[in-house]
Design a protein around this ligand. Structure first.
Ligand code: 13P
Length: 280
């Protein structure tokens, strides 16, 4: 069932756990994640970056693909189809018009006033259509979609102002996490994370979930994180298996090549969901 992120994240806030957000790259990726999450009977957020959307043909293609899979695979868990790091109002508008149920507007590269203005424009459009909105403040560094940027941490007063002036449904404050791989151990500002969470009613989002050790993930959840984004870690798990398969087999059927990473993706999805939702 395609839903927005409102209920699943509020439930996570009440239950002190995090809903997994997994980025999708193609049909197979999406199918494997949906099948595993259906098996586990837990809600999931499918994140689609602008680059991944372009790769798959566009927002309409992705939306139709996901809706088709939900029907054909008889998926009954709540599934949220979410834009990851939408860079403009127009991007979010196109995805919403194509059937996305949630968007992240990432105007964090702009000064606060401008971030607020762009985010508010997205909220007005999205909420009128029952679509939820996540925004970013500070700036999450690292590499995503081949774009590398440096990090700036979020400040409590700016978080409060952004939330109060826009009416967003969830907030991603940059607090030391980065997209892609970390150099050394991640250095997350748990103190500020806890303070922000205590001052806000809405759920907090942790980006850059790849490479954060389990004990830090648990600490982040205890400081108020209710959604955790994972992209690179699934790609690495998939790549390890596919590389081995290609080296050992003279396979040319794409179904066999891509499909050789199915178990790796499913195992990683299960491992992360178990950790994020305290299921062990
Ligand atoms: P990773 O690629 O580090 O897992 O981050 C994913 C993410 O935050 C997507 O927005």
């Amino acid at each position: 069932m395609l839903v927005n992120s409102k209920e699943m994240l509020l439930e996570a806030k009440r239950g002190h756990y995090a809903v997994p957000h997994f980025n999708i790259n193609n049909l197979e990726w999406t199918k494997y994640i949906l099948e595993e999450m259906q098996e586990m009977g837990k809600p999931v957020i499918l994140g689609v970056s602008e680059g991944a959307s372009k790769y798959m043909g566009g927002w309409n293609a992705v939306s139709s693909m996901v809706q088709g899979l939900l029907k054909d695979l008889k998926i009954t868990i709540p599934v949220c189809l979410h834009v990851d790091h939408g860079s403009s109002f127009e991007t979010c508008q196109q995805a919403i018009d194509a059937g996305f149920t949630s968007v992240m507007i990432d105007a964090s590269r702009h000064p606060l006033e401008e971030n607020i203005a762009i985010t508010k424009q997205v909220v007005d459009y999205a909420h009128a259509k029952g679509v939820t909105v996540e925004a970013e403040i500070g700036h999450i560094g690292g590499t995503e979609d081949n774009i590398t940027s440096s990090a700036t941490n979020a400040r409590l007063d700016e978080c409060l102002e952004l939330v109060q002036k826009t009416g967003i449904d969830s907030l991603a404050p940059a607090l030391g996490s980065v997209h892609g791989l970390y150099k050394g151990e991640p250095n997350l500002d748990f103190q500020t994370m806890k303070e922000i969470s205590e001052h806000l009613e809405i759920p907090l989002v942790l980006h850059g979930g790849t490479g954060i050790p389990d004990f830090q993930i648990k600490e982040a959840i205890s400081c108020g994180i209710n959604k955790i984004n994972i992209n690179t870690e699934l790609q690495i798990a998939w790549h390890q298996c596919v590389k081995e398969f290609v080296e050992k087999n003279d396979a040319y059927d794409p179904r066999k090549v891509i499909g050789s990473g199915e178990k790796a993706i499913k195992d990683k999805v299960k491992e992360k969901t178990t950790l994020f939702m305290n299921l062990s």
